[in-house]
Design a protein around this ligand. Sequence first.
Ligand code: ADP
Ligand code: MG
Length: 762
Amino acid sequence: MTNGSIIRLENVSKYYIAEGKVVPALEKTDLTFASTGLVAIIGESGSGKTTLLNLIGGNLNPDSGFVYFGNKKIAELDDANREDYRKKQIGFIYQDFELIGHYTARENIMSALLLSGEKLETAKVKTEEVLHKVGLKGHADIKVCKLSAGQRQRVGIARVLARDTKIILADEPTANLDAENGKQIMELLRECANDHLIILVTHNLDQAKDYATRIIKMRKGRVEEDSAPCLLELIRIHTLPKNLITTNRLKIPLLPLLKWDMKSSAIQNILVLLFLAMAGLIMIFFYSTYYINSDETPAKIFQASAYQNSSMERIAVVRLDGEKISSRDLEWAKSLKYVETTDLYDTVADIRYYLEEGEDYEYDYLSGRLIKPLDETNYVRSASSLSEEDIYAGQMPEKENEIVICSEDETLLGKEYGSYLKLVIDSSDTFYYQKFKVTGLLKGNSGQAFFSNAFCDMLNAYYEGPNCKIHFFWNESTQTFGQIASALPQIDRNLNGNTVVTRKAYLSMFRNAIPKGECQFVCRYYSDLGNLISDRKVIDINVIEKDYTNSNEDIEVFTHVIPNGATLERVFINESSFPFIDVSEELFYSIYDTGSRQMSIYVEDYAYLDRVLKKINESGDYIAASTYRMSAKYFSDDLNVNRERLIAMSLFVLLITAGAIVFVVCMIYMIRKKEYLILNKLGMKPYLFQLITFTKLALLSFAAMFSIAIILIILYNIRTTLVLNYLKYLMIPQFVVCAILFLIAVALATYIYTRIIKKSFI
Ligand code: ADP
Ligand code: MG
């Protein structure tokens, strides 16, 4: 070190304005400091000591006069050089140490070095050197907040020594120490003064006398006494070393700083992680509440017009090319994810059946209707939904009058049920009666009966096939039939050819009783909209009449005594305004096609409906529609108000949760504000602080999302109903939306928090 003077004050004044009055902090002061030595500045409080240090340290500019560093005026340095001067030439030792309590001694020194632009490797070497020098080798890995006051000040000194600045400024460094520790620190400083200029503000004149090489006494902003005025020439400093002028931003190693930051705020980080995981879960549940309720359908009333069956899980599917549904179509549909079962005959799914007398229906003689449905929940399903393995006893239904039912009771095999089906034909209810024989049993207690494909094919024909009328009363002169009656052909396997059997009308049951003789079936084809789409098909038939009055085959005739004593007879066959007419299988299929053009797909849960619909419609071969949605057109006020409330509530909770994330994250990290201000004094730029905070919170958010995923997977696998009910509606895009909302909240928290802290940065 050249033995010249390094700092000179020339006629320096500094004024403050407090409460409208000018307060002279330093007045017309001339001082010169040699490049080494321990200079003690003493003086009463308010005499300008701190102001003097700040002027030398480049933190303040004089109001008049000049402060020189070598031959350079500090006030005239440009920003970069001034920063460089502060970073490379000036070290501060503070009364209250200004250390980061949660860093170890070594980390405190290392971070100061890194922030002043030192390379990691050199920083390590220097740190070990100074730790040794201040006698703290054995305490290097202890958190500073656990060290004694004396040890802390040693760390403070070590931190300055490590940076190896020419000038060390110390404002009351021993004020917070006991006499013994104070002495040791003074000894250490004295030692360092051999190759540094140390300017020390102190109250303790005795201490100063023992250790200082020079004592300057201040009074009211002026130098009152100077024990060893310095008269040396200023050292010539041509330029500040170029490579030190600007510290390349990117050269500051982020990783160790981030590591120490994460480590030192471990408890806050854990709190934030727990909070974020909780908030994230809350967000997912309320987002799914929102998402579930944004589907309007469940808030609408099902109107049994087009469809009777209000099953929410049913999808009706037709081929785009209008062809019949093949077994390949069924297999494809069955293979789709979330599909529980399929049924070749979709139109029959709107036909109600009443299987068991007394449970599903009872006779109602008084109302004028024969049967009174009791259980309106059962709809026809075909055996095409079943496979052999589903049947644990008996076999699949084959013939028109065979069914399988769900029951544990094997004695039911072979039992016959006299049953009704409610067909809606020409928009009026028609009860169709038949006896069904149980051929097989299914596990479970769904109460569902499955009818043979043959029977469903026949039912399906009424809906998909032509409209059938019988023309009778041949008029020779006009060569036309004089009367027309509606009729529904029904297969009777005992018949052959074009002979058709009608039943003798009992009472006035059949409105258009068809007489025996030569008649014609006239079949007209209508489109779905009711327009005639092709011409008629005419088949000559021979109608015979069968009188079942005295017969007990196949038919039951009941006589019931009604309360007033009169007797009412009812026949339990084809009780309908529509006459069903028995035809041979051959005739039936010359009128109707076999097979179905519309299949049903039943999804496992309404939650999956959209996914399956999308998949089918995207296939390009089919058109699919939810039968429930097509029939639920109008809102139920109650349900819809409830739906809208839930939407508003869940959006509100989402907002509150996002707000809570911002608030709680800011609050938790605000505890560390002081430490960031120290790091800032040591050279941490706002962008570096932002980068560290951002990285930290990004890591924590991803850790939180990962924990949430684990939690949800566990809850899902132990089949918690809460989770199943909510999660089943969510697909990847919904989780992505949740993640984005969550990350926005965290990003906002980071932004607000860093802004608040940065405001206090210098
Ligand atoms: P010392 O460190 O010797 O106690 P200071 O240098 O802190 O003295 O202060 C010198 C004078 O300047 C005091 O009168 C003080 O009140 C005033 N002063 C210091 N800093 C400010 C400030 N930022 N604003 C107004 N007055 C100040
Ligand atoms: Mg002071």
